[in-house]
Ligand binder design. Structure first.
Ligand code: SAM
Length: 389
C-alpha cells in the first residue's frame, strides 16, 4: 500500500496512476495524482454550493475509488452534511474507502456505500453528485439528472476526449448525440458538447442545468452544473443550445431544428462559468493560499495545502478573465498561420487588443490561447502590431 497525502487527507492506495493523463479501467483501485487539481476545485465548488444552499447537504461521491474526494469534502469544505456518501461498486474499493474514512477520523461524516451508482441514484436524491468515471460519464447522467435536488450541483468528469475533441466523431455522435470537431479550440468545443448533452438530458425531466464552472486540461473535461427543477428555466436553458458554424460563428437552434452550415454541435453556447460562483471560489482559494503555513503532519482542514494550489490558482485566474468573453478561443499559432505573421507574446497581443478598445483575455483551456470580440480585420491589425511585423 502507498500512503498518500492530498489536501487534508492521508489515504492508502494499492497503486498510483500516471503523473499525467487518464488512468484506465484495467487498473485495480488506484490513486490518480493527475486529478489532484480537479479534486482541489471540487472542494471549492462544494463549499460554494453550501454558500448558495444554506441547508445541510446530501452529497454523493458516486464513483469514489479510494474515497479521497469524499474524505477531502468532509475535512476541507467546512460544509454541514446531512449525508456524505462515498460509493463504489468494487469490493476492493469499498474496503479501501472504509479504511481511508477511519484513517482520517471522518467516520462521523462520511459513510462508505457499495452499490451500482445508477441503482443508488434511482432511490435517493442529493444536493451534490460527483461522477468521475473511467472515460465517459454518459451511462450515469440520466440517473443523475433525476436524482439531483432543486438548487443542487452535478460535478461531471469526462476523460473520453478523443470522441469529444473530434478524433473519433462517430463515437461522439453515439454517446453525446452531437458532432465533434478537431480544431484549435477542440477542448472548448468538447466541454460545450458535454454541457449541451447534460442540458438536454436534464430537460427530459424538467431539470434546468447550467454550467457554473468548467475546468479542462489535455485529458479531461470537468463540469459543474447547477440544477433547478423548473420548466420555464429548463426552456431558457434549452434556448442556449446551438451549433458552431464556419469561422467560429455561433448558430442558434430553432426548436431543435439543425442550423444550416453547422460544423459541430448541438452544444451549449451559453456561459461556461457563473461569475458569482467563480468569484466566490477564487476568494476561497486566496484565503486558503494565504493561510499561515502549518507544521508537517498537521493537516487541519482549511489550512492544509492544496494538491496543486499553484496550478489551480493559474487556472482560476484565467477562468475569471475569460468568463464573460465570447465562445471559442483562438490560438496564437493558428492566427500566425492565417495572417502570415510571427506569433507575438500572448500578453502583448492582449494588451494591443485592449488598447484598441476590444475585449481580450487569456483562456485556461490553453496556455497559448486567447479570447477576443475583435472582428477579423481588427484582430489581424492588432496581431501584426503586437508581433512587431
Ligand atoms: C476513475 S475511478 C474514480 C476515481 C475517484 N473518483 C478519485 O477521485 O480518485 C472510477 C471508479 O468507479 C467505479 N465504478 C465503475 N462503474 C461503477 C458503477 N456502475 N457503480 C459504482 N462504481 C463504479 C470503479 O470501481 C472505480 O473505482
Amino acid at each position: 500500500m502507498l500512503e498518500i497525502r492530498e489536501g487534508a487527507a492521508s489515504i492508502l492506495a494499492p497503486d498510483k496512476g500516471p503523473p499525467r493523463g487518464p488512468a484506465s479501467s484495467s487498473m485495480s483501485v488506484f490513486y490518480n495524482p493527475a486529478m489532484g487539481v480537479v479534486r482541489d476545485l471540487c472542494v471549492l465548488a462544494v463549499r460554494r454550493l453550501q454558500a448558495f444552499l444554506p441547508r445541510p447537504l446530501r452529497a454523493l461521491d458516486g464513483l469514489s475509488g479510494t474515497g479521497v474526494r469524499a474524505v477531502r469534502l468532509a475535512l476541507e469544505t467546512g460544509c454541514r452534511y446531512e449525508l456524505l456518501a462515498a460509493n463504489d461498486r468494487s469490493a476492493e474499493a469499498f474496503r479501501l474507502i472504509q479504511d481511508n474514512i477511519a484513517r482520517n477520523g471522518a467516520g462521523g461524516t462520511v459513510s462508505a456505500v457499495r452499490s451500482d451508482l445508477s441503482a443508488l441514484l434511482s432511490t435517493e436524491r442529493f444536493d451534490y453528485i460527483d461522477i468521475d468515471p473511467f472515460g465517459t460519464p454518459v451511462g450515469f447522467l440520466p440517473a443523475a439528472v433525476r436524482a439531483v435536488r432543486h438548487g443542487g450541483l452535478l460535478g461531471v468528469t469526462a476523460t473520453d476526449t478523443g470522441p469529444l475533441c473530434g478524433t473519433n466523431p462517430t463515437t461522439c455522435w453515439r454517446r453525446y448525440g452531437a458532432v465533434s470537431l478537431r480544431s484549435e479550440h477542440m477542448h472548448e468545443t468538447a466541454a460545450r458538447i458535454l454541457a449541451g448533452s447534460c442540458v438536454r438530458l436534464g430537460a427530459q425531466v424538467d431539470v434546468a442545468l447550467r454550467p457554473v464552472l468548467t475546468q479542462s486540461d489535455d485529458h479531461y473535461i470537468r463540469l459543474y452544473l447547477r440544477a433547478e427543477r423548473s420548466t420555464p428555466r429548463t426552456n431558457r436553458a434549452l434556448g442556449e443550445l446551438g451549433y458552431l458554424g464556419p469561422g467560429r460563428r455561433t448558430l442558434p437552434m430553432d426548436e431543435g431544428a439543425p442550423a444550416a452550415g453547422r460544423v459541430a454541435g448541438p452544444l451549449w453556447l451559453g456561459a461556461l462559468w457563473d461569475e458569482r460562483f467563480l468569484g466566490g471560489a477564487l476568494s476561497d482559494l486566496d484565503e486558503r493560499l494565504a493561510a499561515p503555513a502549518i507544521a508537517p503532519g498537521e493537516l487541519t482542514g482549511a489550512r492544509a495545502p492544496f494538491a496543486d494550489g499553484r496550478r489551480l490558482a493559474r487556472q482560476l485566474s484565467a477562468m475569471s478573465e475569460e468568463a464573460a468573453l465570447p465562445a471559442f478561443f483562438f490560438e496564437l499559432d493558428e492566427c500566425a498561420r492565417a495572417f502570415r505573421a510571427g506569433p507575438p507574446r500572448l500578453a502583448a497581443l492582449i494588451d494591443a487588443l485592449r488598447a484598441a478598445g476590444l475585449m481580450a483575455s487569456r483562456t485556461h483551456f490553453s496556455p497559448t490561447g486567447f479570447r477576443t470580440d475583435a472582428p477579423p480585420a481588427e484582430l489581424e491589425r492588432c496581431f501584426r502590431a503586437a508581433s512587431g511585423r
